[in-house]
Write a protein that binds this ligand. Sequence first.
Ligand code: FRU
Length: 325
Amino acid sequence: GTTHRKYKIAFSQCTDDNYRRQMLADIKRELAFHPDVELLYRDASDSSQLQVEQVKQMMKQDIDLLIISPNEAQPLTGVVEEVFNKGIPVIVIDRTIASQLYTSFIGADNFELGKMAGDYAADLLHHKGNIVEVIGRPGSTPAIGRQNGFRQSIDKYPGIHITREVYGYWLKDKATTALTGIKNELLQADLIYAHNDVMALGAYNMCKELGIEKRVKIIGVDGTAVPGGGLDLVNNKIINATMFYPTGGKEAVQTAFKILNGEMFDKQHTLQTLVIDSTNVHLMQLQSAKIDEQQKDIEKQQSLLQEQRNIYRGQQTFLYITIAA
Ligand code: FRU
């Protein structure tokens, strides 16, 4: 029969949470079209040091391509450059590094996202009020972009003030702890802008504790469709809005194959973001349900195909036995 080149793709993920699980699911869904691929997967549990180690280990395993979402930019730059300089293509996804030595970057523009969030916040506040900002991990590029873009937009409104910025490191518990330390500012706040939905939920819990959850508006980022994710939070009116932040998982696999097949691809592939609020959350939920349904159809067809292959193989064996006899 025909021999296929079996590719080994490594995926180095910075951590494991709703958004990351969605990204992995998006990658696997697209990889289903490439049954010959072996996927090596490591998640670094928010540790840049661990992620460097994991990339080094995977690099030794004869990989054809690396997909990486770096925990922090600076600490991961060296090892990504090392892989790239070895001639192994590197696709950087969502968070980026502090150099251009990679093959392709796929992700949304976090500065633009921050600006969009700022303009939306300004409208919610009718151009007047106090904002508390909950920042992601400071050394990761989305945190920097989301902060700077937001500030650029808010600076246009003299009636709006960012009264306090705290670090939540992308984590709910860290966000809650940080907010516990600034209760006075929270009591004066009209809106909380959290750099992701899990921290937005932490902020909501804190507001509830203070009895101000009905008054204070909350904006998050991500809009994942998993139970308890951003779409549910908007739908259940726990937060006012979330900035949709696509995972790029599907695009990463598509780009990987363009690279491996020597086809043209974009060095910079910018994904679109949008505001999700009560006006469009249902549409987003429907869309994601539809993708899930299609996925189930594909899986069903693939298992049918596999069944047929097994039958065919059985017949071949039978034929062989008959001839041999
Ligand atoms: C998940 C996450 C997302 C956020 C992204 C930024 O680990 O914190 O919530 O949008 O990373 O890279």
